[in-house]
Design a protein around this ligand. Structure first.
Ligand SMILES: Cc1cc2nc3c(=O)[nH]c(=O)nc-3n(C[C@H](O)[C@H](O)[C@H](O)COP(=O)(O)OP(=O)(O)OC[C@H]3O[C@@H](n4cnc5c(N)ncnc54)[C@H](O)[C@@H]3O)c2cc1C
Length: 493
């Protein structure tokens, strides 16, 4: 590590947002220091827990091929990728956030997503098709219009290793097990460094600018109860245990403005047993989120009393799974069962292979095994309500819904009548929190009066404003990368 006065930019955090900021600042010639609270083995925040999928607008397969130089023409011919316009993603974010997303921030996220993924490729990141978001069509794979098409090679872990590799090769200094605890301010209120705590104790490191990219507060049990509400202290985080709201606290202490949905979070259904692993113990899914249980579109989902409680077919899974996890908090035992029949089990996402479903040859037998007597009447009612006059089509919102039951299943409703039946038990976990700091279009943090706090930037989960109530799949990584790239370049300039 250099003597502190030589650093122009200090980046707090070691996730995708932080590394994008660090690389971008270094490309502008700045001396950059990355402070990572975690050890080298546990580095990179939530990124290693992800599938490494990054959302961005594109012009369909003719453009996607430019991101995949290693695929043969034969391999590319197996892909069907329709265009995904910037407008369409912008509108989708507005729809799922009930028009609460900050329009300017959302516009920058969307418009810069494609150039940012190109930029990452130029830095050396290798990409591959995100096959988990495709559906099989004969011998080909079709991506639905709004689905993420690419992921980093090696998923989230590969993404993280590639970013650290690029950062190290560019000469960015990285300090592990070094926690930022306080922002240093000069007499004019500008940020001029950080106080850190490491094995040696506390010390100050000076810099011209600080980029906060140290995540939200999902791993802080007390803040979950304080901001998300009663019961959330009992819901374990799905990813890193290091995001305890440190950056938010430090920035609020010097007058930064809160933004976004502080009582909201991304919470997704996961395998029930995994959801009960005590907090602090690793959930054991680094490298691909294989505990995820998001196949609502194929399922009929009931609580432990045998009642359905949400619309499994409201939209494609990237647009419902982040808000549906939380609905389990309202259910008895915070638990539910996703039930599939032989018609759809071959379509289940790969991650379901990690589970051991309860199997039965009839709904009656399943009801006995699950000890849910009401299940038979619920399924009989559901089957009777399924529209027969519309063919099922998983590539579009097909309108093949139910009639006369509450809640409905609005699309992809098929009778649950083809044995064997498989029931997966589900719980849920917090993926990340939505509350953050107010930033402007240069990713500079604003104070409570709307003025720039000189020298302070924020990106990633810690930057609030886009996600409210819900999220669009693949948008988390994209947000941090886009504003990280912007923050790094501006802080270095
Ligand atoms: C299981 C799972 C699956 C996901 N799948 C996807 C997906 O496929 N696509 C997608 O777009 N999003 C996904 N997400 C969300 C995505 O991971 C996040 O939105 C994104 O990674 C946030 O990046 P970040 O850099 O802001 O934060 P993080 O990746 O959380 O990084 C925060 C960093 O800050 C460090 N830190 C914290 N406090 C301090 C401190 N005081 N000092 C120094 N360092 C500190 C942490 O150690 C960590 O390195 C998933 C999340 C999870 C948990």
């Amino acid at each position: 590590m250099k003597d502190s006065p030589e650093y122009k930019v200090i980046v707090v955090g070691g996730g995708s947002a932080a590394l994008a900021a660090a690389i971008s600042a270094r490309n502008e010639g700045a001396a950059v220091l990355v402070l990572e609270k975690a050890s080298r083995e546990s580095r990179s925040g939530n990124l290693p827990f992800t599938g490494g999928v990054c959302h961005f607008w594109h012009r369909g397969l003719p453009e996607i091929v430019e991101f995949l130089p290693d695929l043969t023409p034969e391999e590319l011919q197996t892909m069907i990728v329709p265009e995904f316009s910037a407008d369409s993603w912008y509108n989708k974010i507005m729809e799922v956030t009930e028009e609460r997303a900050d329009p300017k921030m959302t516009e920058i996220l969307v418009m810069e997503s494609n150039p940012t993924v190109r930029w990452l490729k130029e830095q050396g990141l290798k990409l591959e098709p995100a096959t988990q978001f495709s559906v099989r069509e004969g011998t080909k794979l079709r991506w639905k219009t709004q689905n993420s098409v690419l992921r980093a090679r090696g998923g989230g872990r590969g993404f993280s290793d590639a970013l650290f590799d690029i950062a190290e090769k560019k000469g960015i200094d990285i300090c592990y097990e070094t926690k930022a605890v306080k922002l240093l301010c000069d007499s004019r209120g500008g940020v001029c460094g950080v106080t850190v705590k490491d094995r040696e104790g506390f010390r100050d490191i000076k810099s011209k600018a600080v980029v906060l990219a140290c995540g939200g507060f999902e791993s802080n049990r007390e803040w979950r109860a304080r901001y998300l509400g009663p019961g959330w202290d009992l819901v374990r985080p799905r990813g890193t245990r290091f995001n305890t709201g440190d950056g938010l606290r430090m920035a609020l202490e010097i007058g930064a403005q809160p933004a976004g949905h502080w009582s909201g979070c991304h919470a997704a259904a996961i395998d029930y047993q995994r959801s009960r692993v005590p907090e602090g113990q690793d959930i054991g899914v680094v490298g691909g989120a294989d505990d995820r249980r998001s196949e609502y579109n194929l399922a009929v989902q009931v609580n432990v009393n045998g009642q359905r409680f949400l619309d499994e077919g409201a939209d494609f899974r990237p647009f419902i799974y982040a808000k549906y996890g939380a609905q389990l908090l309202q259910q008895p035992q915070s638990m539910a069962w996703q039930i599939f029949d032989a018609r759809v089990t071959p379509l289940l996402a790969e991650e379901y292979r990690s589970g051991t479903p309860v199997m039965a040859d009839s709904i009656k037998e399943l009801a006995e095994k699950l000890e849910i007597p009401a299940l038979t009447s619920t399924i009989a009612g559901f089957n009777a309500a399924v529209r027969d006059d519309v063919p099922v089509n998983f590539a579009i919102r097909d309108g093949k819904g139910t009639v006369g039951i509450t809640p409905p299943k609005s699309n992809w409703a098929q009778k649950l009548d083809k044995p064997p039946f498989a029931a997966y038990s589900i719980g849920f976990g917090v993926t990340f929190t939505f509350g953050g700091l107010k930033i402007n279009s240069q990713a500079r943090v604003l104070d409570t009066e709307g003025e720039i706090i000189p020298g302070l930037y924020a990106t990633g989960e810690i930057a609030g404003g886009v996600w409210h109530k819900n999220f669009t799949g693949g948008g988390g990584i994209a947000l941090g990368l886009v504003f990280g790239r912007i923050a790094g370049a501006d802080a270095a300039g």
